[in-house]
Ligand binder design. Structure first.
Ligand code: PEP
Ligand code: MG
Length: 361
């Protein structure tokens, strides 16, 4: 987070940081201190609840954590975290002049898998390019890197990268006796999904999936799902590509909003394909961490939500207080809305005001 002027503050200045909203307040007054202390107390109470995720009437919605390193895995493998829904493996490659070798990769993946034991761990293969530039994988002459050779597309220019990573994952799988789910980022066509699934299965990976973060993949979710065992919606990139809005431009945040009806339409189309084919469809973009959005996603038939571990308690709490029927109503309302604000307001109106206040929704 960039905080203008933060380095000019004298030592000892009291600063209130609201991690949920990103608001930073210098010298907070008594009212703000009290409100944040109340919120912290509610957070502690919610964190004590470690029951599996699901609706009030018992429809399971797995609640998973996003991680970037083996250390993250060891830190967040707590009761109440049902597994990992997104292991961003590119973190291991960042700041390197060359890709880590198969031994180093296998060791890191094995550590993360071991931390979660029997719990589900979804590993994403390297997602380099655009907002995640890597010295050895970035095309120097790309004018639009977000639309360029990034994510799974690197297989066109550097096929050994994926091959080495899949070999390392297979080795980690064998060493730990676990069965990681493995998925590829930035898939645009069923043919790409098929090619990735073939490559992963050839290495002995049993459960293979792809991310849906390109509108073309959402529109063809049935055909994509026919090739793989599961998909996971990357709503950060899906919003970027649906709304033609660079995710790094803060001043366009209103367009990037995952509540945008056009983004919700694509999420709904993907979820529908999963329900029809009886295959898991998760969400691992930031929108999964929004408790209100979780109601919509559960109503659409999403089977798992993956987010930063700190966001899990509030999502668990709100989900468990609403039935599948209410979640479906939330989804219908959001899809019928004319704008992102209207969609959010329409869902908020379904929630008991005491819960709205307790969770600061
Ligand atoms: C996404 O695009 O929503 C996603 C989860 O992947 P990343 O944020 O790493 O691009
Ligand atoms: Mg992405």
């Amino acid at each position: 987070m960039r905080v203008a002027g933060a380095t000019d503050l004298p030592d000892g200045t009291v600063v209130a940081v609201d991690a949920a909203t990103g608001a930073v307040t210098v010298d907070p007054d008594a009212a703000l201190r009290a409100a944040l202390a109340d919120r912290a107390a509610v957070d502690r109470e919610l964190a004590a609840d470690t029951a599996p995720g699901g609706t009030a009437d018992g429809r399971p919605v797995m609640l998973l954590a996003n991680i970037g390193t083996a250390e993250d895995a060891e830190r967040v493998a707590l009761p109440g975290v049902e597994g990992v829904g997104l292991f961003r493996t590119e973190v291991l490659f960042l700041g390197r002049a060359t890709a880590p070798g198969v031994d180093e990769q296998a060791e890191t993946y094995a550590r993360a898998l071991r931390a979660f034991g029997d719990r589900k761990v979804v590993v994403r293969t390297l997602d380099a390019g655009a907002d995640k530039p890597l010295a050895f994988a970035t095309q120097p002459d790309e004018e639009n890197p977000a639309l360029g050779v990034r994510g799974y597309r690197l297989v066109r220019t550097l096929p050994d990268l994926l091959d080495t990573q899949l070999a390392a994952l297979a080795r980690a799988q064998e060493a730990t006796g676990t069965t990681p789910w493995v998925m590829a980022p930035m898939i645009a066509t069923p043919a790409e999904a098929r090619a990735f699934a073939q490559a992963a299965r050839a290495h002995g990976i049993a459960t293979v999936g792809v991310m849906v973060e390109v509108p073309a993949a959402a529109l063809r979710a049935r055909e994509i799902l026919a090739e793989v065992d599961f998909v996971s919606l990357g709503t950060n990139d899906l919003a970027q590509y649906t709304m033609a809005t660079d995710r790094l431009r803060g001043e366009l945040a209103d367009l990037l909003d995952p509540w945008q009806p056009a983004v919700l339409d694509l999420v709904a189309a993907t979820a529908r394909a999963g329900v029809e084919l009886g295959k898991p469809v998760g969400v691992c973009g930031e929108s999964a961490a929004d408790p209100l959005m979780a109601l919509v996603l559960a109503g659409l038939g999403i089977t798992s939500l993956s987010m930063s571990a700190g966001a899990l308690p509030a999502v668990r709490h709100l989900l468990r207080r609403h039935s599948v029927d209410t979640c479906r109503q939330a989804a219908d309302r959001a899809l019928a809305a004319g704008s992102a604000e209207e969609a959010r307001e329409a869902v908020l109106a379904l929630v008991d005001p005491t819960l709205v206040a307790a969770l600061a929704l």
